[in-house]
Design a protein around this ligand. Structure first.
Ligand SMILES: [Zn+2]
Length: 252
C-alpha cells in the first residue's frame, strides 16, 4: 500500500458507519479525491484538520485509487466563515460547484487556486461576496471546459473590436450588435461588464478577484454568471438556493 503526501481542501463530508467519515477534497493540482477518515467521529478524534473548509497537508495510504487518512495537519482553516450566515452559505455553494466541476484523478490546477482565492477574500471581506461568487463562477466554468467565447462574433465570425457587444448565455458566445439585434434574445453587455468579464477570464487565478463593479454592470455580471453555470451544467444547487434566502436584499 503506497503512502502519499499532498495538500488539499475539504469540499464535502459524509458520515460513514458509527465512527468514520468520508471527506471529499480538492488537491492542490485540482484533482478530486475521497478520503476515508477512520475513527474521525470518535471522541479521541485527531483528524480535526480533515474537515470541510480546512486547507491541510495530508499523509494518505493509497490502494487502487482509494485513500485512507493516516495523518493530517492544518495549514489554514476557513471555519471563521461559519460565523457569518451569508459568507457561510456562499462558501458552501462554492465548495459544491467545485465538487461538481472537479474530476477524480484529472488535474485542474487553476480550480484549487480559484477556490482558495475566493475563500480567502470572503474571509478578509475585501471584496463584495456577490462579485467573488460571480468571478469564481465565470472562471471555474472556463477552466473546466465551459469557456465563453468573447473574441469573435459567434454568428458571423468577425473580430469583436467595437462596442456594444452582446452575449448569449445559451450559446456561450458574444456577438456584434448587427448580428445580435437581427437575431434577438441576446443581452447587450454594459461596457464595465465586458471589462470585468475579460479581466476574470484572462488574469492569473489568484488575481481575478481584484476588480470592482457597481450598479447595473454588477447586476448583469453576477446574474449572467449564475445563469451560465446553471444552463451549462444543466442543474442547480441546494446551497445556491440557500444562499439566495440569506443574502442582504439589493446586493444582488
Ligand atoms: Zn456578427
Amino acid at each position: 500500500m503506497a503512502e502519499i503526501k499532498l495538500r488539499a481542501i475539504g469540499l464535502r463530508e459524509v458520515n460513514f458507519s458509527e465512527h468514520d467519515r468520508y471527506l471529499t477534497a480538492l488537491t492542490e493540482d485540482g484533482r478530486k479525491i475521497e478520503i476515508l477518515c477512520k475513527q474521525a467521529r470518535s471522541k479521541k478524534n485527531r483528524a480535526y484538520a480533515a474537515r470541510l473548509f480546512c486547507w491541510s497537508e495530508f499523509i494518505l495510504r493509497e490502494r487502487s485509487g482509494k485513500y485512507t487518512l493516516r495523518e493530517v495537519s492544518l495549514l489554514h482553516s476557513f471555519f471563521a466563515l461559519t460565523e457569518d450566515i451569508e459568507k457561510y452559505a456562499l462558501a458552501c455553494y462554492l465548495a459544491d460547484l467545485t465538487n461538481a466541476l472537479s474530476v477524480e484523478e484529472e488535474e485542474n490546477t487553476a480550480l484549487c487556486r480559484l477556490l482558495l482565492g475566493a475563500l480567502y477574500r470572503l474571509e478578509t471581506g475585501e471584496r463584495e461576496p456577490c462579485l467573488i461568487k460571480a468571478a469564481f463562477e465565470w472562471r471555474s466554468m472556463s477552466e473546466s471546459g465551459y469557456a465563453p467565447a468573447l473574441t469573435r462574433c459567434g454568428l458571423c465570425g468577425r473580430s469583436l473590436n467595437q462596442t456594444p457587444i452582446y452575449f448569449s448565455v445559451y450559446a456561450g458566445q458574444a456577438a456584434d450588435a448587427k448580428c445580435a439585434e437581427r437575431l434577438g434574445g441576446w443581452d447587450k453587455l454594459e461596457n464595465a461588464t465586458l471589462y470585468a468579464l475579460a479581466h476574470t477570464l484572462t488574469k492569473e487565478p489568484d488575481k481575478i478577484y481584484s476588480f470592482s463593479l457597481t450598479g447595473l454592470a454588477q447586476k448583469q455580471f453576477c446574474s449572467l454568471a449564475e445563469q451560465y453555470v446553471q444552463y451549462h451544467l444543466e442543474r442547480t444547487f441546494d446551497t445556491l438556493q440557500f444562499y439566495h434566502t440569506v443574502i442582504t436584499p439589493n446586493i444582488q
